[in-house]
Design a protein around this ligand. Structure first.
Ligand code: ADP
Ligand code: MG
Length: 449
């Protein structure tokens, strides 16, 4: 009697149910890692169920940044995984752990920019290529507006500029809970400026950007040839500078090398510290591969890390792409990845550094998307043409050593800003969009074959 009563008591049933739910949730997380290796992170193991009822799975995340990351990148893979595991349609909701959120964040922090949870100082590997940039970013986060103002970081695509800027914002927030922080890409700045003009809301615009403690603007090369925005930027800069507010900027070139930027902006950009990031050396690349693998909870040997670092040299985003490919192949089994698998998965990239031409790229891309080369070179701007065109630009930028102008020239005489914009956009999608990521992987494979 006593036994059956115990087994069926309400608390026993509830305990059993809770355990079942937890097991289901663990299975879902494991499935997500298989479905979406590119976006899976080790901290997924810290996620917990808040509630699971009525087809809605509510998931608690360690903080607002990770909730934002999941919301932006992983909602479909979680929904798919949940459906596969439970056999039912499930909607997903991510939210930050309420406790931590309220204790730590002030009300200004809630309006904070969305920061990528991976882009922290801890996750940044320091080497000779980026030592100065890294140290100056840390210095700025510790004392706003006094050490280096402005701080100008520049370097080629995929070398960690955006990563460092996010890290500055995060570190500043933890040092100065009440600081007003604005982080945006230069393109966003320009777009918001234009919308403010159209909406007759210039006063609000000025008030927003001229009163912050830290203004971080990524990719300021986007300002070239945008005279009106340059003007506004100039005034914003002066207002902040005069009030000893911190300004941090990044670009793909040194201030003086950005074409058609007016002298008065160039000289201001040089007032503080200008720090260059170079391509990483072999040792730094190995350390980055190891760090990124750990971040994803992948097991790879030193040998494999060294072999990836030896194969992929151009930029760090590509190193990550290589890791993702590996993870997709071997991650599912949870086994350590052998050198053999790595070689097979990645091919011997060294031999692919040889002459890839833009014409080859156009050929492969047009065949893949079933469009004609003439379409890519035309003025047509429909999505079905624009996307393959931008992908061509991105691949040409990453797989050949042609300049932006030359790439633009092959694609219907487009100017370098258009190519830059395309590379930025596709690079972004490569990180955030599974479909594009796998298409790019496939295209790269075909082109380098
Ligand atoms: P950029 O803005 O210069 O084009 P990103 O900051 O977007 O480059 O960096 C591309 C990828 O490379 C990111 O995933 C970033 O985390 C990674 N990365 C770049 N440099 C480093 C580094 N030194 N340590 C760790 N990861 C890095
Ligand atoms: Mg960037």
């Amino acid at each position: 009697m006593r036994l059956s009563k115990d087994v069926f008591s309400e608390s026993a049933v509830r305990k059993r149910l809770a355990q079942d739910t937890r097991e289901i949730f663990e299975a879902i997380v494991e499935r997500v890692k298989i479905l979406d290796p590119a976006n899976s992170r080790r901290w997924f193991d810290d996620l917990a169920i808040r509630n699971f009822s009525g087809g809605l799975l509510e998931i608690t995340c360690p903080d607002a940044q990770s909730a934002g990351f999941l919301q932006d990148n992983c909602i479909t893979s979680f929904a798919r995984a949940a459906q596969q595991i439970t056999g039912h349609l499930v909607s997903i909701k991510f939210s930050a752990d309420g406790k931590a959120g309220k204790d730590k964040l002030s009300s200004t922090a809630e309006a904070d920019p969305r920061l990528h949870p991976d882009y922290t100082f801890d996750n940044f590997v320091v080497g000779p290529c980026n030592r100065l940039a890294h140290a100056s970013c840390i210095a700025v986060s510790n004392s706003l507006g006094t050490t280096y103002n402005p701080l100008f970081i520049y370097g080629s695509v995929g070398l960690g500029k955006t990563h460092l800027l996010h890290a500055i914002c995060r570190e500043t927030r933890s040092n100065f809970a009440k600081a007003k922080i604005q982080f945006l890409s230069c393109e966003e700045f320009v777009n918001r400026f234009i919308s403010a003009i159209e909406a007759g809301a210039m006063a609000e615009f000025k008030n927003l950007y001229r009163t912050v403690d830290l203004l971080v603007i990524d990719d300021v090369q986007f300002l070239r040839e945008r005279e009106q925005s340059q003007e506004e930027f100039f005034h914003t800069f002066n207002a902040l500078y005069d009030n000893r507010r911190q300004i941090v900027l990044s670009a793909d070139e040194a201030p003086g090398q950005i074409p058609s930027l007016p002298e008065r902006l160039i000289s201001r950009f040089k007032w503080g510290l200008v720090a260059r990031i170079d391509a990483p050396t072999y040792e730094t690349r190995v350390a980055i591969v190891q760090k990124k693998a750990r971040l994803r909870g992948m097991k790879i040997s030193d040998e494999v890390a060294e072999s990836i670092a030896g194969m992929v040299k151009a930029n760090i985003r590509e190193l990550e792409g290589a890791l993702t490919t590996l993870y997709a192949l071997a991650g599912a089994t949870g086994e350590e990845i052998s050198l053999d698998i790595a070689r097979k998965a990645l091919g011997d990239k060294e031999t692919t550094d040889k002459n890839i031409s833009i014409t080859d790229i156009i050929k492969v891309v047009t065949a893949y998307y079933d469009v004609r080369p003439a379409d890519l070179q035309s003025k047509r701007r429909s999505q079905s043409i624009t996307m393959p065109r931008q992908i061509c630009m991105y691949l040409a930028r990453n797989l050949t050593s042609h300049s932006l102008e030359e790439i633009g020239g092959h694609l219907g005489g487009r100017d370098h800003t258009t190519v830059m914009h395309a590379c930025g956009k596709i690079g972004e999608l490569q990180q955030t969009n599974d479909k594009i990521q796998s298409q790019l992987a496939e295209l790269t494979k075909r082109i380098t074959k």
